[in-house]
Design a protein around this ligand. Structure first.
Ligand SMILES: [Zn+2]
Length: 261
């Protein structure tokens, strides 16, 4: 959370707004748990983020299920109520992944992105084009569909360092296309990189974030995954392949104990 004055819009502010600074917060709206291809349970994910990350609002967006998101939301409410969890899902379509935010229930897979967007909107959710031009790491992306489909926002900063060229392309295409609200998200599968790419929004709550997306007042922030969390991820994968429980990491073991209620 940080206090930032809207310097760019100063000429348009009235006197009251001039005196009252806008409170901006960070959200990370794309991350995974063991309910899809993430490596930590929803409870462990919340414990790690509550201790490690600089965000106060997250969306859990497992592939093709909201189950982990509901569990993470419930766990955060009971143990870390300052950390708000939006129910999300990364919906698989025949044209690439679409993230739904503010969902009520799990959506099925769809043949087209257009049908997925309609289904997300029917639940009162927001449809996000995630990593639109990333085509490696087994990611399926909607590509140029961000020029024509009624997405509510687009992820222009995806956390994986390999996505940097695709992120630049997304920014350009969006700038000359629909100018959709631009988000930054980590797409963390191990939560240590949560919040390293993030979305700035005015306000503090999920309702504020939703309003910010709807009024196009969000901004991407942060970086791709930092070296420290990348190294940690590599060590985790290496040790896990050796068969060590919790990759032989005593800190992860502690999170596991904290999260076992
Ligand atoms: Zn993802």
């Amino acid at each position: 959370m940080s206090l930032t004055f809207k310097w760019k819009s100063l000429p348009f502010l009235n006197a009251r707004e001039l005196i009252k600074p806008t409170l901006w917060s960070k959200a990370d709206l794309h991350l995974h748990t063991t309910y899809s291809d993430g490596y930590m349970t929803p409870a462990e994910t919340i414990e790690i983020i509550a201790r490690d990350a600089s965000v106060t609002l997250i969306a859990v967006t497992d592939h093709d299920t909201t189950e982990g998101a509901f569990l993470a939301c419930d766990y955060a409410r009971r143990h870390h109520p300052w950390l708000e969890v939006i129910i999300g899902q990364e919906v698989t379509t025949g044209e690439g992944d679409v993230v739904g935010l503010f969902l009520q229930r799990t959506l099925p897979r769809f043949d087209t992105a257009a049908v997925a967007i309609r289904a997300i909107h029917q639940q009162g959710g927001l449809a996000i084009a995630v990593h639109p031009f990333v085509v490696w790491c087994e990611m399926e992306s909607v590509g140029r569909a961000i020029l024509r489909l009624p997405f509510d926002a687009v992820e222009v900063r995806h956390g994986c360092p390999l996505s940097i060229p695709a992120n630049l392309l997304t920014g350009l295409v969006n700038r000359f296309g629909q100018r959709l609200p631009a988000l930054g998200n980590s797409d963390s599968h191990l939560p240590f990189s949560t919040g390293q790419a993030f979305t700035w929004f005015p306000g503090t709550t999920s309702a504020d974030l939703r309003r910010a997306i709807e009024t196009n007042t969000v901004k991407p922030g942060g970086t791709t995954w930092k070296v420290r969390s990348l190294l940690r991820k590599l060590i985790y994968f290496y040790q896990q392949r050796q068969g060590a429980d919790y990759a032989g990491d005593p800190e992860l073991q502690r999170f596991k104990e904290l999260a076992s209620d």
